[in-house]
Design a protein around this ligand. Structure first.
Ligand code: ADP
Ligand code: MG
Length: 688
């Protein structure tokens, strides 16, 4: 490409090897990268506000003459200066100051200050304003809004401003490639958008800019989302080129297996099973996401897929995000597959020494056809003789890279293993288009027959005693209950402590009940035996942290209390609640919230009371919390955009899809430069 994309930042004034190095560490190598280094927000220094007309809590420029400056000994020593501008008086207050600073503020000196005005004990005040001495009357203000850039250690705000301003003036002379095909719907030019966003004119709407809704922002967000979508497609194409081992479906074997079950698959399960069967028989790797609400029976679908691969002579790896969930799979698959003579292996973080070595040897030799485990499956020394299918449960907890790393563990001449990803977090369509454009999607949109809706109530924690009484009544009736403790802290230790305290309290209140406690600090064997005791009905009440979120299946449990539900995302609450309502009795979930609830909190919890539809709940969660939270991708870094923001830019997504398709079909030469521009040379999607 011609033009500005090829000019190194070193060509700009003031950029020596040292600064160039820092910029490069930050991913800024070329002048074009600076143009796409967009401000986080803006300050308005385009006009001077008279003191009498100053509104509180916004940043303002105020000019005035110093009347007095004194060091005041109050609760904290401070330098206090009073300035006047003919309309009023303003107090400047500095808690950190030097003697020179005090001497500079002599009466009669004219100042230009920038900061936020507040109402203090001595009328209008500014704390720690930026200020400079004014030499002459009518000194010019800034011509444009002042950008505030995201930054990194060692590069100051003024440096960014200077560099980006230089980049803008280079942009006037050289070409910035317009990479989106011309469109009537989005006529805003790239150059104009960049100019506007780095240097918005006086009077530009700060509100629109803050909300990300300015047409210039929409123009760039559109391009960024298109680039992101293209990069996911690129990833997918690369994998497909590598090919995969075809596995014919053996209808008889499947029918025989299904006949051993105590139930018949739902229509939705059968449909998804046949979609997968078709994929697996092809010579390109399957990349399929199965979405199904909690309890919709995804495990059976996984089993059908695994059976097809194993019958065709391949090995299968099933990976779950937690030990408990992996164990649950181990139980289901043992029950289903051992009678069929399928040899299974287990691999988790707790597999050590000989046990682990033995497991690895059996995978390597091909003796074991199916391995179930956790992250431990990713480790380099885990190798297979004939890996053909990778099944990943609860996708949102793993990054794209982790799951792809596993599919590469197949023999090189066979290409890549087929990939099946299962998630119980219903992903809104809009979001899945962005986050999972690399996967085909199947939906299990039907629950097995006989499931009861869970009635959900919101109860203020001041009524805790009533709730405890309700638990007692349910348990005395022979039913079982969960009591879930939540904490915001990620710390296992604190969560465990909170759960222990609650368990102690409930033991005192309900001495006749058999109460168990489960949390992430327990050894896997302890967890397993407690879960087993609860499942067998030996325990009536299970106090738990959110570790029970995934997988656990106890049909006789029909009451769940969730403490401080306002701390959790709706998707997570939905998962938790899915643990009840699995048996014949009517089930209840009590959301025991701490008042006062914020308006948003109230709204979110009401969604739980009104709906049991995972997709609807996920859409609402997205609306009320944003995508990072919904997908849990904070950790995986999957959704870090520079300018695009969801849900603010949701309305662009249909067009993103259309434009991306158009580029792939009619302008394929634009794809690389777009991906490069927005995701940089070290970009994560094309790397794998
Ligand atoms: P999830 O989709 O949440 O992983 P599971 O696969 O754990 O759901 O299934 C939940 C429960 O429903 C399990 O006890 C499973 O055996 C049972 N189940 C699955 N499919 C059916 C079906 N078609 N009819 C009846 N029960 C089913
Ligand atoms: Mg499951």
């Amino acid at each position: 490409m011609q033009g500005i994309a090829n000019i190194s930042v070193q060509e700009l004034r003031g950029v020596g090897p040292k600064l160039a190095g820092k910029l490069s560490d930050y991913g800024v190598h070329r002048v074009e990268d600076l143009l796409f280094h967009l401000p986080l927000r803006y300050q308005d220094r385009t006009h001077v506000t008279p003191i009498a007309g100053a509104s509180e809590s916004i940043d303002l420029v105020i000019d005035g003459e110093v009347r007095a400056a004194d060091v005041v000994f109050g609760r904290r020593r401070s330098l206090v200066a009073r300035i006047q501008d003919g309309t009023g008086t303003l107090t400047l207050r500095f808690f950190h100051f030097t003697a020179a600073q005090k001497n500079n503020l002599k009466p009669g000196t004219r100042l230009r200050c920038f900061g936020q005005v507040r109402r203090g004990s001595s009328g209008l005040e500014m704390y720690h304003p930026e200020y400079r001495l004014l030499q002459d009357e009518g000194s010019p203000v800034e011509e444009t809004l002042t950008p505030v850039y995201p930054t990194t250690a060692g590069i100051g705000q003024n440096q960014w401003r200077n560099l980006c301003a230089q980049a803008l003036s280079r942009m006037q002379r050289e070409q910035v490639g317009e990479l989106l095909p011309a469109s009537e719907k989005y006529p805003y030019e790239l150059t104009r958008a960049l100019q506007y966003l780095h240097a918005p004119p006086p009077g530009a709407s700060l509100e629109l800019l803050r909300e990300g809704r300015h047409p210039a922002q929409l123009r760039l967000a559109l391009e960024e989302l298109v680039a992101h979508n293209l990069s996911l497609h690129r990833l997918r194409e690369r994998q497909q080129r590598e090919g995969a081992p075809p596995m014919e479906q053996n209808e008889n074997a499947l029918a025989k297996f299904l006949a051993t079950l105590s139930f018949t698959p739902t229509q939705a399960q059968s449909r998804v099973l046949s979609e997968i069967a078709v994929d697996l028989a092809r010579t390109v790797p399957m990349m399929r996401l199965v979405q199904g609400d909690v309890g919709s029976g995804k495990t059976l679908v996984a089993a059908g897929a695994a059976l097809q691969a194993i019958n065709a002579g391949f090995q299968v790896a099933i990976m779950a995000p937690t030990e408990i969930l992996a164990e649950q799979h181990w139980q289901s698959f043992s029950q289903w597959f051992k009678p069929l003579g399928i040899d299974m292996e287990w691999l988790s973080g707790r597999s050590k020494g000989n046990k682990r070595a033995n497991a690895l040897a059996r995978l390597m030799s091909g003796e074991a056809s199916l391995v179930i485990g956790t992250h431990a499956l990713f480790q380099d020394d885990v190798a297979f003789s004939q890996l053909g299918l990778v099944i990943v449960d609860e996708q949102h907890r793993f990054g794209v890279h982790q799951r792809l790393a596993l599919t590469q563990k197949t023999a090189p001449e066979q290409g890549r293993a087929h990939q099946l990803v299962m998630t119980a977090t219903p992903i809104p369509r809009t979001l899945s288009m962005v986050a999972y454009a690399d996967l085909d999607c199947s939906i299990i949109d039907e629950l097995p027959p006989g499931r009861q809706a869970v009635t959900t109530a919101l109860v203020d924690s001041v009524r805790r005693e009533e709730v405890v009484a309700r638990v007692a009544a349910a348990c005395n009736d022979g039913r079982q209950a969960y009591w879930v403790c939540t904490l915001i802290e990620e710390s296992d230790v604190l969560q465990a402590q909170a759960a222990e305290a609650t368990e102690a309290e409930l033991r005192t209140a309900l001495p006749h009940l058999k109460i168990g406690l489960i949390h992430g600090r327990l050894k896997p064997a302890e967890k397993e035996s407690i879960m087993a005791a609860f499942k067998n009905g030996e325990l009536a009440l299970l106090v738990a942290t959110t570790v029970i979120e995934v997988g656990v299946d106890v049909p006789n449990a029909s009451l769940m209390i969730i403490e401080n539900p306002e701390r959790l995302g709706l998707a997570q609450l939905h998962q938790l609640r899915g643990r009840v309502g699995r048996g014949a009795q009517a089930s209840h979930c009590v959301l025991l919230y701490q008042s006062p609830l914020s308006a948003n909190g109230k709204q979110r919890l009401s969604v739980m009371r009104e709906s049991s539809d995972g997709f609807y709940i996920a859409e609402k969660d997205l609306e009320l919390r944003g995508p990072g939270e919904v997908l849990g991708t904070r950790q995986t870094g999957l959704m870090e955009f520079r300018i695009a923001e969801l849900p603010t830019h949701n309305h662009l997504l249909d067009d993103v899809q259309l434009i991306s398709d158009d580029i792939r079909k009619t302008h394929p030469e634009l794809a690389d430069p777009l991906i490069h521009r927005w995701t940089g040379a070290g970009q994560q999607f094309a790397k794998v």
